[in-house]
Design a protein around this ligand. Structure first.
Ligand code: BTN
Length: 242
């Protein structure tokens, strides 16, 4: 479904889920007036960039639902490569950013609801800078600088066409997730992880952990080796020192 304007495609998908929409359903908006990012931050979508959400209803717990954000990151990486962006410099940043040549191309916001034991629905919201960079004033200090598909040598395509590529890629990785489980997704993801084996910084609520990025474990947690041991981090913003 294509909307000219909506507050947020994630909010729209959640409203439809609450109203009984069974999905699977993609919602694409040409313009979002209140797009949301991780950590309750705003996500600006200038017309021409991709803002879309996928609503589906797998049978899984909230913890399992969260793992689909890695699946979505892989689909965005596939989209970027398919549009000819220079993927040699591509990498995935925990938990679900897609970087091209060290700059942020895309963000994923996964939301779920409907039940404590078993989620009733999942919405995977994807924002991709196709040709336009977000306003510099909207960036957080220290955040990875943005880039776009065209800035990295990819083809200029309208959001509708980009969504067709994204949907095919997501279908492919959802199929791997369903058939082989998160272990297979994790292996694909780690093969393209940014800064694996290097020192990174995880900013949690109230403290910062600096350590060597060793792994993403079977629960999707970021594993850092620090001078005092091993830390498994479930929620943080990651920064790359230097
Ligand atoms: C991030 O903070 O990196 C995640 C950004 C996710 C933005 C997308 S745009 C489409 C969908 N609708 C929203 O309101 N947010 C997501």
């Amino acid at each position: 479904m294509i909307l000219d304007e909506v507050d947020s495609t994630n909010a729209e998908a959640a409203r439809r889920a609450a109203a009984g929409e069974t999905g699977p359903l993609w919602i694409l908006a040409r313009r979002q007036t209140a797009g949301r990012g991780r950590g309750a931050r705003a996500w600006d979508v200038p017309a021409g960039n991709l803002a879309a959400s996928y609503l589906f209803r797998p049978d899984c717990s909230p913890a399992e639902a969260a793992l689909y954000s890695f699946t979505a990151g892989l689909a965005v990486a596939g989209l970027a490569a398919g549009l000819g962006a220079s993927w040699q410099g591509g990498a995935l940043k925990w938990p679900n950013d897609v970087l091209l040549n060290g700059r942020k191309l895309s963000g994923v916001l996964l939301e779920s609801g409907g039940g404590r034991e078993c989620v009733g629905w999942i919405v995977i919201g994807v924002g991709v800078n196709l040709a336009i960079l977000p306003d510099a004033a909207s960036l957080r200090p220290g955040a990875v600088a943005p880039t776009s598909i065209t800035a990295e040598g990819g083809r200029e395509v309208p959001p509708e066409e980009a969504l067709t590529h994204l949907a095919l890629n997501l279908e492919r990785f959802l199929d791997i997730h369903a058939r082989e489980g998160f272990g297979a997704i994790r292996a694909h993801w780690l093969a393209q992880a940014a800064r694996l084996g290097q020192v990174i910084e995880a900013r949690l609520a109230g403290r910062t952990v600096t350590g060597v990025f060793e792994d993403v474990d079977a629960t999707g947690a970021l594993v850092l080796r620090t001078p005092t041991g091993r830390e498994e981090i479930t929620a943080a913003d990651v920064f790359f020192p230097g």
